[in-house]
Design a protein around this ligand. Structure first.
Ligand code: PLP
Length: 502
């Protein structure tokens, strides 16, 4: 660990670029001499070889370059990763072993369906297990991310209202002000206008405001439970009843299912549909933003609109991919979804088993409450009640009294060898730090993290500059994040071209 609060600041050096290691004519592969006559392509492709500036390096230099890069990457396998709302849980190695089995890995998505009964059985197996865990009547594994699952659910809801002749009137989707940004985005993408519902002083949905907003124009309420405040919504059944009485549907943002798996089922709470992030709750890799998997659960009245193919059992007990669905919303992804991610999720579900499934939610909730309790004197929780799988803390007092923001605390954490938690989300908590430890972390790791956070909070008072200038040990210091987003710079350009503005 890089515990450098004692003033020994040493920045990790930037690695040499592979382009600067290039030597003309050096090759990294031993390619056999080709018996086909050589063809001069220069007329067709011109100076492409030169223009591309491909590095010419030996095999060993290539291996060293990428191994070194992999070692400066921070991941769940190198350290604690408390990024809230993202459920950065450990992905057990057994998942990778099964996903690599030749019978799965070598399947081609265009193989005739009769040749893949085992793969279809596996997909159905995942569906059935998720059905049991969530309490919904049906599951589809088609959506490729959480946001994609949200959008697919809203498409089902839209098709449902249209089938009842209410498609033209129900044009509004209600979204709490604590929701993840993908919720309003999904609603807007489906052609809905979005109305924000406030959160009350206890962190729950403001029932009075909801009551006022409910009318015959409302298509749906999108509710995250547990909410992004890390709190279980105590009025969930009442809220579902209220929306149903107004003719609307209730979608559950299930990104926080890690707090409930094996313990309670959203399908029993009154929701009509929900999305799951398999890359969160069911341990498939996030993989640099993908490939994700956003399975959805739905009640029977939405089944006619399911995207195709519907994986189900046929009349003879065989598993089939059913495309003949007259009311289907159509395809939402190619083929059968992210098949190898389903293999990983299947492995995870079977490895835990029904009996141990509740350990996931119990330990994730326990760990979050432990962190919350250890940090409450230096970073007060946004709401004074036990949290679910993540705790939401506020650094507001450091901003007011010492000019230190949540971002400064997070950046300083990098100097202590930890990945920062999520900052400034949910938007309604000032100077918000959102910490999600997940269930697999030990008490010792949580203690090391909490010790670092407490030390940083003391520094915020005694030596605020250490936080303002953090990170001091990382390869790059404090970036201008707005500029970095607006002027993406992710490509190497040869110096000569850069000066010429190419
Ligand atoms: C509460 C919540 N909802 C939805 C999403 C969207 O999921 P995805 O990133 O897979 O699209 C996230 C992602 O972090 C989330 O935290």
């Amino acid at each position: 660990m890089n515990h450098l609060s004692n003033g020994r600041m040493k920045r990790v050096p930037e690695p040499e670029l592979i382009f600067t290691k290039s030597k003309k004519g050096r090759v990294g592969a031993n390619i056999p001499t080709c018996s086909t006559p050589a063809v001069d392509l220069s007329e067709a492709i011109g100076d492409l070889r030169e223009d591309l500036h491909l590095p010419e390096v030996s095999e060993l230099d290539t291996i060293r370059h990428f191994t070194n890069l992999s070692q400066i990457n921070y991941g769940i396998e190198t350290g604690f990763y408390p990024l809230g709302s993202c459920t950065m849980k450990y992905n057990p190695k057994i998942n990778e072993a099964t996903a690599r089995l030749a019978g799965f890995a070598n399947l081609h998505p265009m193989q005739p369906v009769e040749t893949i009964p085992g793969a279809l059985e596996l997909l159905l197996g995942v569906q059935e297990m998720l059905q049991e865990i969530t309490g919904f009547d049906n599951i589809t594994l088609q959506p490729l991310a959480g946001a994609h699952g949200e959008m697919t659910c809203l498409m089902l809801i839209k098709a449902y209202h249209e089938s009842r002749g209410e498609g033209e009137t129900r044009k509004v989707v209600l979204v709490p002000d604590s929701a993840h940004g993908t919720n309003p985005a999904s609603a807007a993408r489906c052609g809905y206008s979005v109305k924000s519902i406030p959160t009350d002083a206890n962190g729950n949905t403001d029932l009075e405001a909801l009551e006022k907003a409910l009318d015959s124009n409302v298509a749906a309420l999108m509710l995250t439970n547990p909410s992004t405040l890390g709190l279980f919504e105590p009025n969930i059944e009442k809220i579902c009843r209220m929306v149903h009485e107004a003719g609307g549907q209730v979608f559950c943002d299930g990104a926080n299912m890690n707090a409930m798996v094996g313990t309670t089922r959203p399908g029993d709470h009154g929701f009509d549909c929900m999305h799951l992030n398999l890359h969160k709750t069911f341990s498939t890799p996030h993989g640099g933003g993908g490939p994700g998997c956003g399975a959805i659960g739905l009640q029977a009245h939405l089944e006619p609109f399911l995207p195709v193919p519907v994986i189900r059992r046929g009349s003879e007990g065989e598993v089939m991919a059913d495309y003949s669905r007259h009311h289907s919303i159509g395809r939402v992804s190619a083929f059968y979804g992210q098949f190898l991610m389903e293999v990983r999720a299947f492995t995870y579900l079977r490895a835990y088993g029904k009996e141990k499934m509740a350990d996931i939610s119990r330990y994730s909730v326990l760990n979050a409450n432990y962190v919350r309790a250890r940090l409450k004197d230096v970073l007060p929780p946004a709401h004074d009640r036990p949290c679910m799988h993540e705790c939401i803390l506020t650094a507001e007092k450091y901003k007011k009294e010492h000019g230190i923001r949540a971002l400064d605390i997070s950046k300083r954490l990098i100097d202590y060898g930890f990945h920062p938690p999520t900052n400034y989300f949910p938007l309604i908590v000032p100077e918000c730090l959102m910490i999600e430890p997940t269930e697999t972390e030990t008490k010792e790791t949580l203690d090391m993290f909490c010790d670092a956070m407490i030390a940083i909070c003391h520094e915020a008072i005694e030596n605020p500059d250490a936080l303002h200038h953090a990170p001091s040990t990382a390869m790059v210091g404090r970036l201008d994040e707005t500029l970095a987003v607006k002027q993406l710079d992710v490509r190497w350009i040869p110096a000569a071209k850069e000066t010429a503005g190419v």
